[in-house]
Every structure is written in C-alpha cells, then in structure tokens.
Write a protein that binds this ligand. Structure first.
Ligand SMILES: Cc1cc2nc3c(=O)[nH]c(=O)nc-3n(C[C@H](O)[C@H](O)[C@H](O)COP(=O)(O)OP(=O)(O)OC[C@H]3O[C@@H](n4cnc5c(N)ncnc54)[C@H](O)[C@@H]3O)c2cc1C
Length: 476
C-alpha cells in the first residue's frame, strides 16, 4: 500500500493516552506493541478571559463545573444541561467500536448492537454546539466562554462548531483525563514509527510526493517523488489536505464533483504564528499550569489574527525536557499567510521580531512579569514555516465552514471520486485535532482493508451507502 506520509504534527494542549473506545492513540500504540510512560495533566487548560474570568479546566469534571458555576451561579442548571448533552454524545461514541462509517456491514452491525447510541449520534450529526448552548444558557458572557472552548477545538465559534466535535473534546479531557508522554509529544510519532518498523513495515523519510500517478483508466496506482523515484501500489492514501491532494498532487486532472462540493462548503482556516522559547524558571509563579489561553479584554477579538494566545509549558509536567532552572514556552496565535507574503528577507525577520515582542509584552502584563528579560533562546515560526514544513497550502490549520454548517453533515469521509485514492487527516470527517485525525485514520484503514479484501464487504450495499452519504453531503 502506498502511503504518502503520516507523521502527525502534535502540539500538546489536548493529548489522549488512556482507556475507552475513543483512546485511539493508545490503541494504535498497542497495535504495534508500544506503551508510553505518561504523566497525568491536572489542568487541561487555564483560561484567562475578559472581565477577569479565570477558569481552569480541571481533570476532575465536578471540580471544573464547580469552578465555572462559581462565576455563573445563575446559570448552573444551563451549564449542567449543556455539558450533559455533550456527555450523551461522548458516551455514545465511546461505546461504539470505531471503524469506517463508509462500510455498510460494520455500520449495520453496530446499529443492531447499539441502536440508541447510533440514533443519538445521527440526531446530533447536523447540529452545532452554539445552538445547543443557547437552548440552556442566556448569559452572553457564558456563551462567549463556550465560544472560546469551541475555538480551541475548531478555530471558529460555537455556532459554527459541530456538536459532535465539541463533545469529543469537552468530555474526553475529563474521561480518565489527559496524560502527557514523558520525553515530549514527539515521542508518540517516534514510538509508532518504531513499532511499525519492528512489525516489518518500511517508512521513507524526506520523501516529498509531487504527483499521484493515475493509470489509463484514471485509477490511482502510485506516487512520484520530487527526486524522480516512483512507487506503485494497490491503494494510495493521502495525508496531505484535500486542497493539496486535488490542487497540487493531482494538478491538471478534473476535480471530482465531491471535492468541488467540499470546497464550496469549507474554506481554509488561517494559519498560526508560533514562538518557541527557553526561559529562566524563576519567571513563572509557583503552581503555574502547563497550558494557558489568553484573551485579554475584548471577546470580539477571539477569532482575529493575534487576538488570542495559546501557551504550553511542557516542562511544568516533565522537567527533563529542559536544562535545570529553565522552562520551555510555546506560544501560538492565529496568523494569515497574507500578512507574511511579498516582503523581503530582512523585513520578514524584522516583522517576526516585532510581532513576537508585542506578544511577549502582552504576556508580561497578563501573566509573567519579567518574561522578556528571562528569555535565553527564541525562535519564531510564521504561516510560511507551517507551509514549508507541513506542506499545507497557505499553512492552513484545516477546514473552516464558509457559513454556518449543518454540523458534520458536509464533511467528506475517506473515499474520493478517484478510484484507488483515499484521503485521511483533518480535511476529512470529523475534522481537526489529534483525536479527530486519529479517528479518520482508523476509519480509512478499515475502508481500505475492506476494499483490498482483508475485511468482509458487500459491493451492492457499498454502492448504495456511498450514494446515500454523497446525497446527504449535498444537504450541508
Ligand atoms: C500550532 C498548533 C497547535 C495545535 N494544537 C493542538 C492541540 O493541542 N490538540 C489537538 O488535538 N490539535 C492541535 N492542533 C491541530 C492538530 O495538530 C492537527 O489537526 C493535526 O495535526 C492534523 O493532522 P493531519 O495528519 O491531518 O495533518 P498534518 O499534521 O499536517 O500531517 C500531514 C503530514 O503529511 C506530510 N505531507 C504533506 N504533503 C506531503 C507530500 N506531498 N509529500 C510527503 N509528505 C507530505 C506533512 O509533512 C505532514 O507530516 C494544533 C495545530 C497547530 C498548527
């Protein structure tokens, strides 16, 4: 099987290594005989929001709800009802054996075993978190808080975030909590790679795919690399975004109708600016949490470039990552490619320094006085860095609905309009984030296994289901 490259870029705000059916990273590691040593993260994120709203998302659900309701006692019932609906979805998902929703034998099998759970998910499929929040919650500030929570999941507000995606993240962090792998999140990719090689697979690094090769019937049969090498296979799975797969790797071919629909419903979300720093430990107050989200004084700046700041300090959990007396600080914020294109090298370097200085200044005021003078090392990455190292068009974070979506209804799965070609990753169902892309990988593996005869399949039912799913997507 030809695989484009599946090195998942991981940051560390939401990381899941635990039990339950949604523990896909643990399951993947186990499948290749790996187990990682982890440290429980007591606080998934500490929010620093307008009007001095300072909420920590504790590992323990009750403690988190207590903290949130202490700011909004008049909305206690609404908070419990909203999160209660999230749990309903999470529990349904977590109880199912997660495989390809494009595979009818599996789908009907699950339906007969767990009809209530399947119907629950079908009911929420076309719904967004913001609409459900508004059924129970009236306080505008609390609704803005829910927007922030959803922004962390999808980079858009709650009204545009599918309820299923929101529920996956809002509950997963409390279901046995988040565990941080000792040695850093890069260890997950390294362990998976080692496990695969130990099981007899071969992984090719520095392999830049420039074309997907089609045969005379238009079937995907292989890939061509930038150094001219070609690899042929029964199946090609692209982990590049759907925009890159169809706009770059299949350049010159007619874009299938399904992909046109996808591009009509979703646009590319902007990219990010990242600052990686090494800082002196004494600048952090005692008991500083590992992850922070800062939106200083204006809720309306949530989605704008440089409006809100994400921070991770992994050395709070694992001090072995930095020299003694030092911490690692990773800061990132929304930034668009347009801000960085068309400028010369010197101007580009000066702009990086200017933008970083402004962000450091904001953090000095809000969280860490003296931050600037405590910096030992700093590197700034822009949307161009994301584009270059992840090969993502415009360095995009992933798909963002063009207008209010019908939940997840419009998201394509793994099969494509090109025979033999599958897509996987964040521009496929169910979208961005590590848990979501791991789910998309599991779904794709199952669909491919059925198509190459490793799993049972029914060609007649397949055609009917794929048609039905295609039709449903046109309703989005
Ligand atoms: C700054 C930042 C912080 C984030 N923080 C979190 C977080 O805390 N929690 C969370 O759940 N999610 C987070 N995310 C989102 C998460 O990282 C993504 O949703 C996820 O990594 C997407 O996975 P993917 O496999 O679809 O794509 P990618 O991670 O982009 O992986 C695609 C891979 O394919 C390779 N590739 C692409 N084209 C080619 C080609 N032509 N030839 C060869 N190889 C190719 C790329 O090099 C890359 O390794 C964050 C994202 C960013 C940018």
């Amino acid at each position: 099987m030809g695989i484009l490259l599946m090195l998942v870029h991981l940051s560390c705000l939401v990381l899941v290594i635990r039990s339950g059916n949604l523990n896909l990273i643990t399951q993947a590691l186990e499948a290749v005989g790996c187990k990682m040593q982890v440290i429980p993260d007591p606080t998934m994120v500490h929010f620093h929001l307008p009007n001095n709203l300072s909420v920590r998302v504790h590992r323990e659900y009750e403690k988190f709800i207590q903290e949130l309701t202490s700011y909004f006692p008049h909305e206690k019932e609404g908070i419990l009802k909203f999160f209660g609906e999230c749990w309903k979805i999470f529990n349904a998902l977590n109880s199912l054996e997660l495989k390809s929703l494009e595979e009818p034998l599996y789908l009907f099998g699950q339906f007969f075993q767990k009809p209530v759970e399947c119907l629950t998910l079908a009911y929420y499929l076309p719904q967004n978190a913001g609409d459900i929040a508004r059924k129970y919650i009236k306080d505008p500030q609390l609704l803005s808080y829910i927007d922030v929570e959803c922004f962390l999941v999808s980079t858009v507000n709650a009204l545009q975030t599918p309820m299923i995606n929101a529920s996956m993240v809002l509950c997963d962090r409390h279901f046995e909590g988040i565990n941080y792998p000792i040695g850093g999140v890069g260890g997950i990719a390294k362990s998976l790679a080692k496990g695969l090689v130990d099981k007899g697979s071969e992984i090719l690094y520095k392999a830049n795919v420039t074309n997907i090769i089609l045969d005379e019937n238009g079937k995907a049969v292989g890939v061509r690399l930038s150094d001219g090498r070609e690899f042929f296979a029964k199946t090609v799975i692209s982990n590049a975004t759907r925009w890159d797969t169809f706009g770059k790797l299949l350049k010159g071919e007619v874009i299938p109708k399904e992909e046109e629909n996808f591009q009509n419903v979703y646009v590319k979300a902007p990219s990010f600016l990242s600052i990686h720093m090494g800082i002196k430990a004494e600048v952090l107050p005692p008991d500083t949490d590992c992850h922070h989200f800062v939106l200083e004084d204006d809720w309306t700046k949530l989605e704008t470039s440089y409006g809100s700041l994400f921070l991770s300090i992994p050395t709070v959990l694992d001090s072995s990552l930095a020299p003694e007396g030092r911490h690692i600080l990773h800061i990132f914020t929304v930034s668009s490619m347009e801000d960085w294109e068309g400028i010369g090298k010197e101007e580009y370097e000066a702009k990086k320094q200017f933008v970083a200085d402004e962000i450091i200044c904001r953090l000095e005021k809000k969280l860490f006085p003296g931050l600037k003078s405590s910096i030992d090392f700093m590197e700034v990455g822009t949307p161009k860095t994301h584009r270059r190292y992840l090969a993502r068009v415009d360095g995009t974070y992933g798909p963002m609905p063009r207008k209010t979506p019908k939940g997840l209804l419009g998201m394509p799965f793994n099969t494509t309009g090109v025979n033999g070609l599958y897509c996987v990753g964040d521009s496929c169902f169910p979208g961005q984030g590590v848990i979501a892309v791991a789910f998309s990988g599991v779904m794709c593996a199952h669909r491919v296994a059925a198509d190459i005869g490793l799993e049972k399949k029914s060609p007649v039912m397949d055609t009917m289901l794929l048609r039905l799913l295609g039709w449903l997507r046109t309703l989005a």
